[in-house]
Design a protein around this ligand. Structure first.
Ligand SMILES: CC(=O)SCCNC(=O)CCNC(=O)[C@H](O)C(C)(C)COP(=O)(O)OP(=O)(O)OC[C@H]1O[C@@H](n2cnc3c(N)ncnc32)[C@H](O)[C@@H]1OP(=O)(O)O
Ligand SMILES: CC(C)C(=O)C(=O)O
Length: 517
């Protein structure tokens, strides 16, 4: 049996059906070109009869894409097939994909026909499509719920009528992997002319089994998987392309099959589709989620530092992601802290690991993830332990709401002095930050500001995270208070104190250098 699995991408057809905003022709072309670069074999570009816009984009994609075969979808209706033929004829080679439902519920309730009528429509549609191209795919919609005798009967008739690919969709994501694999197996065992067509599968993810069902089908002999980037598609989506591609790469020895996918293109194709389709990717999504190659707990991080294959079955580089991330959290251990300090340029003799780790845990318990800048700030704090904070916010008054601008007045302790300032801004935080900037002699720039809540209900606290840039370095600060404006003020003061400590350390280093000649 052929061991290449054909990857049929339907991001622009089934994926596009689930979008809330329509994609322009230019955006669809951009996606098609990225998918072509990814190395898919077939691109299903749309449903030309559905609108002039879709007809035009299918035509543009068919005209432009050269390294993948372009395909378009049609009901078992001649006008739909004619529209596919017209849109695709600009390409040298193309595929027409026609379909009709075969399950009892669809045939009786939706199409309001008998199975014999449906079979006749399928045969007619396939024969008509063959007038435009010799590459015709036929799908038995809702095959997963179709009585097996009917399924085998229509597959045989479709192949006899000229279908070169026959697709068995689990349209509503209903089957279990061994059940779906069993259906494919039975089709192979019972359809006499099965060797004259490629058997394809198209699984939906309503019960989260689209990928597992597709892989079970491949193990039963299917040689085409229909899938989408990031698994987008009707309802809970389709089988995710990046997942099946990486399963077949990572478990190649076990499965004995391969694809033509350029795996290193996966991450950037996924980002492009997510951005253009306005469909964010969940952080824990396999392969392309922002957490897919991040490790957060001490035991895992220690393992990763000793040998990355302890916790990674594939490398981030293999899918085009720059590198593994080791997140510093209160579940991290000493090994990763030491490693991170090394990467920040500190030798073990520059600090006391036990002391730094104690402070790190206290901070991580309070704020969740600890960043490199926080870690350095902790070190500065330890080195300057006897010195109290240079800046502290003593009082704060902010007025905002309704008017054109907000005002803030503050009393700030700056070393031994008390400084009073007031400023206006386009919002309360802007006014407050302007007042603080006036009170301190530091040229900083806020580069990131995030507010989140800790806890819920009346006891909930506002937590502000801030990154400010000063002299080419980033300083991170946070503030926690019941009032989000106060939390924002504390976060900036925290950054300023970290800058002040960095300044002092730099001065001490400079003095030492001068003293040593
Ligand atoms: C499982 C899938 O994802 S299938 C693909 C789904 N994609 C789409 O539907 C997107 C594009 N669709 C459209 O633009 C429109 O639905 C069109 C142009 C196809 C049809 O529009 P309309 O003519 O207004 O019909 P409408 O969508 O309301 O109803 C569908 C009709 O097609 C029939 N139909 C559904 N599937 C098929 C099929 N495979 N073959 C033949 N007829 C079908 C239905 O029975 C219904 O017919 P009826 O009008 O006699 O009751
Ligand atoms: C048209 C077919 C392939 C389909 O989208 C489905 O059954 O989900």
């Amino acid at each position: 049996m052929e061991n290449q699995v054909i990857i049929f991408d339907t991001t622009l057809r089934d994926g596009e059906q689930a979008l809330t905003a329509s994609l322009s022709v230019h955006e669809k072309l951009q996606i098609a070109l990225a998918i072509e670069r990814l190395g898919v074999d077939i691109i299903e570009a749309g449903f030309p009869v559905s609108s002039p816009g879709d007809f035009h984009s299918v035509q543009e994609i068919a005209r432009t894409v050269k390294n993948a075969r372009v395909c378009a979808l049609a009901r078992a209706v001649e006008a739909d097939i004619q529209a596919c033929g017209d849109a695709l004829s600009v390409a040298e080679q193309f595929r027409i994909h026609t379909f009709i439902s075969t399950s009892d519920v669809h045939v009786q309730q939706k199409l309001r026909k008998g199975f014999d009528d449906v079979e006749a429509m399928a045969i007619n549609a396939i024969k008509f499509a063959r007038k435009f191209t010799d590459d015709v795919e036929f799908s038995c919609e809702d095959a997963g719920r179709t009585p097996i005798d009917n399924l085998c009967r229509i597959v045989e008739s479709a192949i006899k009528a000229g279908a070169t690919t026959v697709n068995i969709p689990d349209t509503v994501g209903y089957t279990l992997p061994n059940e779906f694999g069993g259906i494919i197996q039975q089709v192979f065992n019972r359809v006499p002319n099965i060797d004259q067509a490629v058997i394809s599968v198209h699984c939906h993810n309503d019960l989260g089994m689209a990928v597992a069902n597709s892989m079970a089908a491949v193990q039963a002999g299917a040689r085409q998987i229909e899938c989408t980037i990031n698994g987008i598609g009707e309802r809970a989506g389709n089988c995710s392309l990046e997942e099946v591609a990486m399963i077949m790469k990572t478990r190649q020895e076990f499965l004995g099959v391969h694809t033509n996918i350029n795996h290193q293109e996966i991450a950037r194709t996924s980002k492009l589709v997510s951005q253009l389709c306005n469909m964010p990717i969940q952080p824990n999504k396999a392969i392309v989620g922002s957490n897919a190659f991040s490790h957060s707990s001490g035991i895992h991080q220690d393992g990763m530092l000793k040998a990355s294959n302890t916790y990674e079955i594939m490398t981030p580089e293999s899918v085009g992601i720059a590198k593994t991330k080791l997140n510093l959290t209160s579940r991290s251990g000493r090994h990763v802290i030491k490693h991170r300090m090394e990467s920040l340029g500190y030798k073990e003799t520059d600090y006391d690991l036990a002391e730094l780790y104690k402070d790190f845990l206290a901070l991580a318990d309070k704020k969740g993830q600890v960043f490199d800048d926080d870690l350095e700030a902790l070190l500065f704090n330890i080195q300057q332990q006897d010195e109290k904070d240079f800046y502290s916010l003593e009082t704060l008054n902010v007025q905002s709401g309704g008017g054109e601008f907000a005002t803030a007045s503050i009393k700030l302790a700056v070393g031994e002095q008390k400084v009073i300032e007031a400023a206006t801004g386009n919002g309360p935080v802007d006014a407050l930050y302007r007042a603080i900037k006036q009170a301190v002699d530091v040229e900083f720039e806020v580069t990131d500001y995030k507010i989140s809540n800790k806890g819920s209900g009346e006891d909930g606290l506002g937590q502000a995270h801030l990154v400010v840039a000063w002299q080419g370095r980033n300083f991170h600060g946070y503030g926690l208070a019941t009032d989000v404006i106060e939390a924002s003020g504390q976060a900036l003061i925290h950054c300023l104190n970290n800058i002040s400590r960095a300044q002092t350390i730099a001065e001490i280093k400079e003095q030492k250098k001068e003293a040593n000649g």
